[in-house]
Design a protein around this ligand. Structure first.
Ligand code: RFL
Ligand code: PHB
Length: 411
């Protein structure tokens, strides 16, 4: 099998890249080790920066997002039983974010790819990338019980943190920057209406809590069912828990009580409870692999970098990487100049490091590390006080949360 761009992984990075290339008339093949149902159900991100939403729209993949997604113009910070709203458009010259689940982004892109795009092979596991530093890189993969080779002009590793693409870059050429955190997130999905109209990030002496949501699911669209509820609300909620926590060690009542406590305020706010439909624990990590390119192999998304989810940046970085790659390859094909492809790693890493910085800041601002001293507690409160009392500090948060323009990080 032969193609121009061999893409490993059908997460948001690989799927969006295939779409962008298809729109530019460049052929690609996507290899995904899991089956379609698994990819479409894997619960992860929920917040799209404005730049990510714009790229999806421009790629012709934003129609359902614009219909069902929720535009959010702010978030709430809670600490010391107080609440403070950060107004994004007022602070950033009109920017906002979109609440639309990663599962839905993937479903939309998969449907488009299968209908209009090049081959997307599920249950096709890449085993290795070979010849990355030659003009003819190859992906060795296994599909339907037999091994095969995909001959490519370029390979893009969009295969997440546990993928194989990164391993094809010789260790002597790479540098890894990493930090793990002594806590994780217990995340739940619940059939409950959101307890606040925007996301709530709460700092509490018992640990961090986040109240998020998913767009409501439409039920009974038919006229005959007019007397039944038409929408089902879904809340997405997170609690800081010690590293290595077993989600089953937390029964539902305990989760709700803990969320309520960590988010408590002096006014009459209260938590909306409902049946919990999913419970998982996610470890927290910061990780950057440099460079993001070796010869004709390019890394994109979680394959090259991980951020702790507090800044809601992972999926948005993945979208930025593949938009940068697509633009660079189109430039190369139209002008013959490899200039943008050569600059790929540097261009992406500028934005990646801004997201790493912001995600680290948000994490250390809001989580309570085991053994934290009262001095550190007071510093967290002082940092939060600074954000809510200084327009400059608040603007810094709002600009980073809504996202730096693609390709111009930190400017
Ligand atoms: P993915 O989504 O991990 O996709 C990689 C794909 O590659 C496949 N694969 C292989 N395929 C073939 N051969 C192999 N050898 C392969 N090895 C792996 C995998 O099966 C998979 O389908 O990476 P990608 O595309 O780079 O996307 C990254 C995002 O998924 C990730 O950064 C975000 O989910 C992070 N994240 C968030 N990001 C945001 O922008 N906003 C958020 O609000 C947000 N919230 C979150 C998050 C991540 C979380 N978890 C679970 C880590 C909340 C959570 C709890
Ligand atoms: C989510 O809705 O899943 C979500 C929202 C904000 C974050 C992380 C996750 O910072």
């Amino acid at each position: 099998m032969r193609t121009t761009v061999g893409i490993i992984g059908a997460g948001p990075a690989g799927l969006l890249l295939a779409r962008l290339l298809h729109n530019a008339g460049i052929d690609s093949v996507v290899l995904e080790s899991r089956d379609r149902a698994y990819v479409e159900r894997r619960q992860r991100a929920g917040i799209l920066e404005q730049g990510t939403a714009d790229v999806l729209r421009a790629a012709g993949a934003g129609e359902r997002m614009d219909r069902e997604g929720l535009r959010h113009d702010g978030i709430e910070l809670r600490f010391d039983r107080r609440r403070h709203r950060v107004d994004f458009p007022a602070l950033t010259g009109g920017r906002s974010v979109m609440v639309y689940a990663q599962t839905e982004v993937c479903k939309d892109l998969i449907a488009l790819q299968l209908r209009e795009g090049g081959p997307l092979l599920f249950e096709a596991e890449a085993l290795a990338v070979e010849g990355a530093d030659t003009d003819a890189p190859r992906i060795r993969f296994r599909h339907e019980g037999r091994e095969d080779v995909l001959e490519c002009s370029y390979v893009v590793g969009c295969d997440g943190f546990w993928g194989v693409a990164r391993k094809a870059i010789p260790a002597r050429l790479t540098q890894v920057f990493e930090r793990t955190y002594p806590f994780g997130w217990l995340g739940i999905l619940a059939d409950a209406p959101p307890s606040h109209e925007e996301l709530v990030y709460a700092r509490h002496d018992r640990g961090f809590a986040l109240l998020s949501m998913r767009p409501p699911v439409t039920l009974h669209p038919s006229k005959e069912a007019a007397s039944l509820p038409t929408e089902a609300f879904v809340s997405r909620l997170y609690l800081q828990v010690p590293d290595g926590t077993d989600p089953e060690a937390w029964d539902d009542e305990r989760i709700w009580d803990e969320l309520e406590r960590r988010c408590e305020t002096d006014d009459d706010w209260h938590l909306q409870r409902g049946p919990i439909t999913q419970k998982t624990v996610t470890p927290m990590r910061s990780y950057v692999h440099e460079p993001m390119r070796h010869g004709r192999l390019f890394l994109a998304g979680d394959a090259a970098h991980i951020v702790p989810p507090t800044g809601a940046k992972g999926l948005n970085l993945a979208a930025g990487d593949v938009a940068t790659f697509a633009r660079a390859l189109i430039h190369q094909q139209r002008t013959g100049s490899p200039e943008l492809l050569d600059a790929y790693s540097q261009t992406c890493l500028r934005r990646v490091w801004q997201a790493e910085r912001f995600s680290y800041d948000m994490t250390t601002l809001l989580h309570r590390a085991p053994g934290a001293t009262t001095f550190e507690d007071r510093l967290q409160i002082a940092r939060l006080e600074r954000i809510v009392s200084s327009r400059a500090a608040e603007t810094d948060l709002a600009e980073a949360y809504t996202g730096f323009p693609f390709g111009r990080a930190g400017e």
